[in-house]
Design a protein around this ligand. Structure first.
Ligand SMILES: Cc1cc2nc3c(=O)[nH]c(=O)nc-3n(C[C@H](O)[C@H](O)[C@H](O)COP(=O)(O)OP(=O)(O)OC[C@H]3O[C@@H](n4cnc5c(N)ncnc54)[C@H](O)[C@@H]3O)c2cc1C
Length: 450
């Protein structure tokens, strides 16, 4: 009898897991449950369709439904799993009843945090997630004159930029003093905020949401600590929280962040049950502090590991150093591990090495500034984090590289002497990371600490 793996979740984690099971055991029976009508689309592209950079939603689909049938993966669409029974090794799927499994993978993803204010049931509150809903919302945005975005989270940044591109009067309401205030540094975000102002965005920082206001059941604005702002649509971009409902009801171990606790095989506290993606928590490689709400690429990679192990193979997932990046306003921001804001909040001492460099040869058209900030451990000068802001290209690749540099313990000395590509259209003679590391070492030498 082939082994039966049930996967709850048709997002990056669930589909990564389905592929992982099949790679490890091509004969395995794989059943995927999703509450949605579709799988295999990129939710990450939705803000860019709203912003007009991508012409239609169809382009976000990566594979048709037939591709999964052909791969022997049985996807049950529009089907909620309502319960797990770990002792009996069953899930209860709406309209199907109890279904047994040999191995189970949970990829139940995230929910946006409840804003916890009156008016949450009004129409006109947009939680960006499901592609079918996004298609309907896109028609609403055609008629929208004024929008409020709640919270300058990573998605909030993308949606503010998208709505402004679209010519909608956009207000950003956020309780922190600057955008992405829980992870990014204010000097990294300052150019972004300036560019939003140039695009006509109204920024309301240090401003707490108090209520969604409505007329006849439809939102007409928000009440905040800084007064009332009218809006045709409110885009709610509160932080992501792990969707652990099934797991916690079934008694699986849940961590301090609310994510399902997994080991390096992505195995949960229950025998034969794995979990992956935004429903889990994963330790940060440097601090070992558990993190939840990582990215789609983390979810997919974790799904692959969970699926491979569920299929009888052997793969491990390591703690994370979190390279990140996104366009915001007219800039691209990014980093690895953490910046000054998080280091300070965690009480982690650091020395700084900074530089303003350029993305290409200074004479080549399209050259942009790139600001690089490196955080290193005092004494060893081992890199512990980095943040950047720049125009155009190169932030993503630097963030990926710097995450590896943190992981493998590179020091400012290593970075100041690293080799780099120089080609006028794609890279400057002086790589900004090298300049930052060198500046930092010079400053330390001047202060007698080098
Ligand atoms: C608008 C948007 C933009 C994004 N941008 C980026 C980006 O730029 N870069 C990036 O890396 N990531 C991005 N992401 C990805 C995102 O932030 C997550 O990290 C990623 O979606 C997590 O994948 P997941 O599979 O863990 O969960 P999800 O994508 O949340 O999928 C959860 C799945 O579980 C199913 N499910 C949940 N409960 C049940 C149940 N009880 N029964 C049946 N099915 C259930 C759902 O139907 C869904 O299929 C974006 C996401 C969105 C929505």
């Amino acid at each position: 009898m082939p082994r039966r793996t049930v996967i709850v979740g048709g997002g990056a984690a669930g589909l990564g897991a389905a592929g992982g099971v099949k790679a490890a055991d091509p004969d395995a029976e794989v059943t995927v449950y999703t509450e949605y009508e579709d799988i295999a689309y990129s939710p990450c592209g939705i803000p860019y369709v709203h912003g007009g950079e991508i012409e239609d939603f169809q382009r976000l689909f990566l594979a048709g439904k037939q591709a999964y049938v052909d791969a022997g993966i049985d996807v049950h669409y529009n089907t909620e799993v309502t319960a797990l029974n770990i002792a009996r090794k069953t899930v209860t799927a709406a309209a199907e009843g109890e279904v047994s499994y040999d191995r189970l993978v949970l990829g139940t993803g995230f929910d946006y945090a409840d804003p916890g204010v009156p008016g949450g049931d009004l129409e006109g509150l947009y939680y960006v997630k499901n592609i079918r809903e996004a298609m309907e919302w896109d028609k609403v945005l055609d008629r929208t004159k004024v929008a409020v975005v709640v919270d300058a989270s990573p998605l909030g940044l993308e949606m503010v930029t998208a709505l402004a591109h679209r010519g909608i009067e956009t207000h950003l309401v956020d309780p922190n003093p600057w955008a992405l205030g829980e992870m990014a540094d204010p000097d990294i975000m300052a150019p972004v905020e300036e560019s939003w102002r140039e695009m006509g965005v109204k920024l309301h920082f240090n401003t707490t949401l108090e209520a969604f206001l409505g007329d006849g059941g439809h939102v007409r604005g928000v009440q905040t600590s800084a007064g009332e702002f009218p809006a045709d649509v409110v885009v709610v971009c509160t932080h992501k929280t792990p969707n652990n409902a099934l797991a916690s009801a079934a008694g699986l171990r849940i961590g301090t962040t609310g994510g399902i606790v997994v080991d390096e095989r992505m195995a949960t506290s229950a025998d034969g049950v794995f979990a992956a993606g935004d429903c889990t928590e994963i330790p940060h490689g440097f601090t070992q502090v558990p993190l939840q709400g990582l990215t789609g690429s983390h979810a997919y990679a974790q799904g692959k590991v969970a699926g491979t192990n569920a299929g009888g193979g052997s793969r491990t997932y390591q703690s994370v150093y979190v390279p990140w990046g996104t366009p915001a306003g007219k800039w691209v921001i990014g980093g690895a591990s953490f910046g000054e804001t998080t280091a300070t909040a965690l009480g982690i001492p650091y020395v700084l090495a900074t530089a303003e460099g350029i993305s290409r040869a200074r004479y080549y058209p399209g050259v942009h500034k790139i600001k690089v900030k490196l955080l290193a451990e005092p004494g060893s000068l081992r890199l512990i984090g980095a943040q950047m802001v720049g125009g155009g290209e190169g932030i993503k690749e630097r963030a990926d590289f710097l995450a590896m540099a943190v992981k493998f313990g590179f020091t400012l000395h290593d970075l100041s002497t690293m080799e780099n590509v120089y080609s006028p259209p794609i890279g400057a003679l002086n790589e900004p990371i090298v300049v930052a590391a060198t500046n930092g070492l010079n400053e330390l030498a001047k202060a007698g600490k080098g």
